[in-house]
Write a protein that binds this ligand. Sequence first.
Ligand code: URA
Length: 448
Amino acid sequence: MSEAGTFLPQEVIRTKRDGGIIADADIKRFVTGITDGSVTDGQVAALGMAVFFNGMTPEEGAALTLAMRDSGDVMKWTELGFEAGAPIVDKHSTGGVGDKVSLMLAPIVAACGGYVPMISGRGLGHTGGTLDKLEAIPGYDPYPSIKKFADIVKTVGCSIIGQTGDLAPADKRFYSIRDVTATVESIPLITASILSKKLSAGLNALVMDVKFGNGAFMDSYEKAEELARNIVRVAGAAGVPTTALLTDMNQVLGRTAGNAVEIFETIEFLVNPKAADRRLVDITLDLAAHMLSLSGAQPNFDVARDKAAVALMRGDAAALFEKMVAAQGGPTDLFEKRDNHLKLSSVVKPVLAGKAGHVAAMDTRAIGMAVVALGGGRTNPSQAVDHSVGFTEICQIGDSVQADQPLAMVYARSEAEAEDAVNRFRTAVTISEAAVNAGPIVAQTIGE
Ligand code: URA
């Protein structure tokens, strides 16, 4: 351990390298050094690698999370006109393909008495990002001032924005160094990274959607479960009650993957929920019910789930989504004039099944990468995305198909890109003779 006043990053690294426990004060000073640049890239990378191999105790994990949370602004909702203990609640997903759940979830929770200040991210690699999807809506401003953000949360009940540099800046630097030094896949570091950003939003409760399966960031069920348990434990130690759902990402979530196409699906879901994809409805209402019961906006899970279903079926959530979009600079008639406001690419082609049978499996990551190849995602953080491309009418595991039926429709900028996407999608789907049933979308709930 380094002495007070003589902080030496190399001593902190040495402690972890040798399997020891780092004192809270040293974790704080190391994180200060990450934020102000006094700890070098090499030292940050070395600590990342030492943690990767030797792990952290729950106490070290909580100290790291809190130090990273406090490296920038932490929102204080009581100073923004909210009562202490108000049901200020958010959901975070570890990311997937076709995961547009945040878009319907935030207004459902708002319609049932929760306040949702949702800070969301952009897509990277094969996974899509809520922010990119929202930017398919013309005029939508994902970076309002903090005051405007709080006003929208107060008046509408939800606001979805992007992360500003003022929230958890230590994570920004630490993550970018981990990304290029092979230390992303460390449970304590992922936990601190996710939670530092989420907790800087000043939440009173958090629900995590931890995905497993071939389209997830953590593909093994065991690893996803380990991450979920660690997040619940560390968030609890940091004073924010958290429930984690382990959810299946072995197929695209819902019937679309892309940006504008996912906004179309969101609108259809909200205005005509009876026709919506069943798995998408299930995961959304389960997450909503956990958010409402954990935050105290509703007395328990069952009451919360019924209320959430009513808010969806009655159109309350649809009205709030449109109100949120308008408050953030988007059109006031998004639903009615969606065909005018949301632009889709002009080259449209079906992905034909080619043989009759049952959809048995999907290489979900490959479908996510097909969206990236169309221009709808990015392979490095500075790339722009094309909001108009993607897939619609995506089949689901268990569907039976004829040879001349589409497994999906492709929206592309050119014939060549459409052809490539058709081939990628076709190869990603396995069709079997025997009927197949997909497992439930929510496999396990941790921390109830
Ligand atoms: N997402 C994050 O925000 N951080 C990680 O470390 C991994 C995934």
